[in-house]
Design a protein around this ligand. Structure first.
Ligand code: KG4
Ligand code: ZN
Length: 342
């Protein structure tokens, strides 16, 4: 092993996915994710159950990540872990595990901000992947986050806007719940939306200043609309499922795109990188494709594996921090609230 080869073991446990990855420089050797199915029964993540499941999953997941990468723990250069933001009980599991392992192996410890990691996931080396150049705009859209960030350098980021209430993924999931669809309903709304008429039922767009978002009003207006229709026709949802889903998706995609257009106007930056689970949505992908053609934007969407919560994205930040010798010491603690540019 020469000195330029850096092996990072990364650990992610901020919400309901326990994940471990091994990176060799910018390349992902393994990226194991144990998704906690238990929350499906409850229609959302139950923090207490999440931390217990992390406790059970973490050792086997780390073993698997090392085995898949064919790396012995003695070869590791450093341990990177998610310090926050996220659920405190979940974060504590990964944080404590990473601290102990770094102490045991006598190698550096690197703390990672989960929101930075969603953005820097674009720098994981993949065949044929497009890597954004600075500055670029990053929009992170998932079940926990909705944020537009101006990325000036790896560790120079300004938040331009974010959700004041629900995250966009929550808007999808809560709308799906109103329609009686199972959790998480975002992907199902997407599937049905592709069969329906997006203009069938107009829903109001929230009026939020600047580049911030709000999704709770949309959920309420969908709820009232459905309740009213079902009173008149008990089969309204079954008879109009595809059109309702298409209309919800159309409204949400419009909200995201209008804020992105505003951010481009405000900054003059036309490179747009998206991440988070909602990046899988066919409506947002199509809208970004159109913006490439019609508005001259360059858009970046990472492999889906790197969009949802995963440890490879923590690993790439670990690598970038390792190069700059940005290490943490054993006094580091988990942070449930952890701002991206803190
Ligand atoms: O990033 P992620 O796996 O987990 C976190 O929230 O951190 O994102 C999950 C979210 C869920 O709200 C899910 O419904 C949504 O992403 N999602 C989608 C689609 N695929 C996943 N929403 C709309 N359309 C999709 N195709
Ligand atoms: Zn996330």
């Amino acid at each position: 092993m020469d000195n330029n080869t850096i092996y990072i073991l990364a650990i992610e446990s901020s919400c309901d996915d326990t994940s471990a990855a091994v990176l060799c420089n910018r390349k992902r050797l393994s990226n194991v994710v144990a998704t906690q199915k238990i929350h499906e029964e409850y229609g959302g993540v139950v923090p207490e159950l999440a931390s217990r499941a992390h406790q059970q999953n973490i050792v086997p997941v780390v073993h698997q990540a090392l085995a898949k990468a064919n790396i012995d723990k003695k070869q590791l250069s450093a341990i990177a872990f998610t310090r926050g933001p996220g659920l405190m009980g979940s974060l504590l599991v990964g944080t404590s595990f990473a601290k102990s392992l770094s102490l045991g192996l006598q190698i550096p410890l690197i703390e990672v901000n989960h929101m930075q990691a969603h953005i820097l996931a674009h720098f994981i080396e993949e065949e044929n992947s497009k890597i954004p150049t600075f500055p670029f705009l990053a929009m992170t859209i998932s079940g926990g986050h909705t944020q537009i960030v101006l990325v000036k350098d790896y560790f120079k980021m300004d938040i331009l806007g974010q959700s004041l209430d629900d995250a966009v993924g929550e808007a999808f999931d809560k709308s799906a719940k109103i329609l009686g669809l199972p959790y998480p309903g975002g992907p199902l709304i997407d599937t049905y939306a592709q069969l329906g008429n997006p203009k069938a039922f107009p829903f109001p767009k929230p009026n939020v200043k600047g580049l911030d978002f709000s999704f709770s009003g949309l959920k309420t207006s969908i709820l009232y609309f459905i309740q009213k229709q079902v009173k008149e026709n008990p089969n309204f949802i079954e008879e109009n499922r595809d059109d309702i889903c298409a209309s919800i998706q159309y409204t949400i995609v419009n909200i995201l795109m209008s804020k992105l257009k505003k951010a481009v106007k405000q900054t003059g930056v036309k490179r747009i990188a998206i991440g988070g689970g909602v990046s899988a949505n066919s409506g947002i992908r199509k809208a970004l494709e159109n913006a490439e053609k019609e508005l001259g934007w360059t858009t970046y969407i990472p492999k889906f594996e790197y969009c949802t919560d995963n440890a490879a994205m923590i690993g790439i930040v670990g690598y970038l921090k390792y190069k700059e010798e940005k290490f943490a010491d054993q006094s580091v603690t988990a942070k449930a609230r952890y701002v991206i540019n803190e």
